[in-house]
Write a protein that binds this ligand. Sequence first.
Ligand code: BDR
Ligand code: CA
Length: 304
Amino acid sequence: MRYLIDCDPGADDVMALLYAMKREEMDIRGIITVSGNVPIDKVTYNACGVLKLTGRRIPVCQGSPAPLVKKAFSASDVHGDSGIGPMKLPDGRENLVHQNFIDFYMEKLFESEEKTTIIATGPMTNLALLVKVHPESMKRIERVVFMGGAYNEGNVTPYAEFNAYVDPEAYKILFDTDIRMVMVGLDATHMSLLKLEEIEALELHTKPGKFMKDLLTWYCKNVMSVYGYAGAHMHDPSAIMYITNPEIFTSFESTLDISTSDDLTRAKILVNKRSSKKNVTVLSSLDNEMFKKEFFKTLYKYDG
Ligand code: BDR
Ligand code: CA
């Protein structure tokens, strides 16, 4: 299956990419970046850096520098100013293609007879612009699996999750289409939890393996001290996990809406089970033991 990954790395986006790079069954045709956790130049550097670290060549295209309507809103408290705390990735910008991101999407979606699945682990600004500029692109999209949103509790506000909160207008554009989507929201991802002692027990010694262990360790300590969590939630890796191991999740079918009001409901996800249109699979839980088993088994591939 063909995949494009649209992301804002960001610590957990980097973890998702490192996990995806060792799932060789995934045919990743390109990576598109978007302003989110940190500014666009930094997320682009980090996406390219993961490729350098893992010795992969995949085209990376820089996407939108700002949300559709509002100003950029970052998450440097969680991810640090560079997006990956004190960690440093090598410069892999030889992977960068100097192309407009909408043209890049069109090229990748139309270069094959086979439809492409898009995995979005950042705000969905790029995708909203794509379907507005080129509505014909929608027929080439198999589905959009996106990490974002929460139909229960949010993480930026009591009602809104970060990726949705950065660009709810983009979510609204996508929710109003008939594209098949999977929402990997906080309702499920908050059930994934790696404890510090589980991370510290990982025996990873190659460069990418050790990088992953150090990043997990820093991120875990940071979210424990900033938010008082019991460990690290694997938000973005869950979106890739849904592709590789859908059996560990439970879900229901619905259509979704989102509040774009400028009040305390902004970016609140609304589940509408009454609609006859049911184009979104909404994930409602995951099995953390199975998640950890699959995640760690895949990371150990870095050490042979
Ligand atoms: C999401 O917000 C970002 O900070 C993370 O990278 C993840 O995509 C979790 O709410
Ligand atoms: Ca992200």
